[in-house]
Design a protein around this ligand. Structure first.
Ligand code: ATP
Length: 354
């Protein structure tokens, strides 16, 4: 089931929660709506679900306009952050619930329900919990049951709102990988809301980066991480260091090095800047005209990675660097030493940076 959002506008009083949004979601893909708190992710998800009505704009499922359709007619399944399992029902009855409340004509037989629930419990790898109650399960297990329950009615679209938000970091990480594998198996069109960039990068086929009710960028995880469309996406997708650039007559320079210019650079001199991620900086023990002198302020070795905090000797700017621990050890540098760095600049944006 493909989803197409066209010109969606949503206000709460004077506040514009979604600002004339267009978005296409391809059938069978797992799409992450990623953005800071208040960017409109949940509102968009609720509009897709039919739990909220937009002020204007249309929602299409498989190119059919379903804007006015009630939530119960849309064939969507939900999983929310706080597991909405029925406490007084067993796991089996929770998963069976959506099937047992169907109108009599559409309701499967008891034997069919039994078979379906057992299959779903196997799918989420929790067959052994059928007779337990939610209170006897861990948080992560409850979310897997919530997912099995959402899938029981065979929705055409699965909507997940911060499904792992209430869990601790380790369980979250496990469930992400589990969701990815599950999606590879069942290929249901899924949209999930998260404010955690690592979660989106790891799990999603497509990432929609949202900010202030607008879409900043939409693309594959590699595209949004490696080719951010603008400074907001750069900053939101991971740590960055900022380097000042001079943009003059269509040419940009950082120090003495010429770097690719912004598209709309004008003739007169302008301020610009480039972002460089910590792993995009090479470290040397010898000076060179295109290298920047720094002092090693802090060295932290974390697993296979060396994380460095260095200070530029010219203006004391703090720069974060990450490199493989073995490379760093081969340089034979200690805290307090002087070293030279060469950032791999990619694109220059006009302005001062944010
Ligand atoms: P979060 O991660 O914090 O849930 P979000 O990106 O999902 O953020 P939304 O929940 O969609 O953001 O909310 C977008 C904005 O709209 C927020 O500023 C929120 O306060 C506002 N908002 C959402 N629902 C309502 C409502 N029913 N009444 C008034 N304002 C609302």
């Amino acid at each position: 089931m493909s989803i197409r959002i066209e010109g969606i506008q949503k206000r709460f009083g004077d506040f514009v929660a979604l600002d004339n949004l267009d978005l296409s979601i391809r059938s069978g893909e797992l799409t992450a709506l990623l953005g800071p708190s208040g960017s409109g992710k949940t509102t968009l998800l609720r509009i897709i679900a039919g739990l909220e009505q937009a002020d204007s704009g249309r929602v299409h499922f498989n190119e059919q306009d379903i804007t006015g359709q009630h939530v119960s007619e849309r064939g969507v399944g939900f999983v929310f952050q706080h597991y909405a399992l029925f406490k007084h029902m067993t796991v089996f009855d929770n998963v069976a619930y959506g099937l047992t409340v169907k109108p009599k004509k559409l309701r499967p037989s008891k034997a069919e329900i039994d078979k379906k629930v057992r299959e779903l419990l196997e799918l989420v790898q929790l067959g052994w919990t059928a007779e337990r109650y939610p209170a006897q399960l861990s948080g992560g297990q409850r979310q897997r049951i919530a997912l099995a329950r959402a899938l029981a009615v065979e929705p055409k679209v699965l909507l997940l709102d911060e499904p792992f938000g209430a869990l601790d970091a380790k369980v979250r990480a496990e469930l992400r990988r589990w969701l990815r594998r599950l999606h590879d198996e069942i290929h249901i069109t899924s949209v999930f809301v998260t404010h955690d960039q690592e979660e989106a990068l790891e799990v999603a086929d497509r990432i929609v980066v949202m900010n202030k009710g607008r879409i900043e960028q939409e693309g594959s995880p590699d595209e949004v991480y490696d080719k951010p469309a603008n400074p907001f996406v750069y900053e939101f997708l991971g740590n960055v260091n900022l380097f000042r650039a001079r943009v003059q007559q269509g040419k940009s320079r950082i120090g003495s090095e010429e770097v690719p210019s912004p598209e709309h650079s004008q003739v007169e001199e302008q301020q610009g800047f480039a972002y460089v991620r910590p792993h995009e900086i090479d470290v040397f023990t010898e000076a060179h005209s295109d290298r920047i002198a720094v002092t090693l302020d802090l060295i932290t070795l974390v697993g296979p990675t060396a994380r460095l905090e260095v200070l530029r000797t010219d203006d004391q700017q703090l720069i974060h660097i990450e490199l493989p621990k073995e490379h760093f050890k081969a340089l034979n540098l200690q805290q307090g030493d002087t070293a030279w760095i060469k950032p791999r600049y990619s694109q220059v944006f006009l302005g001062e940076g944010i």
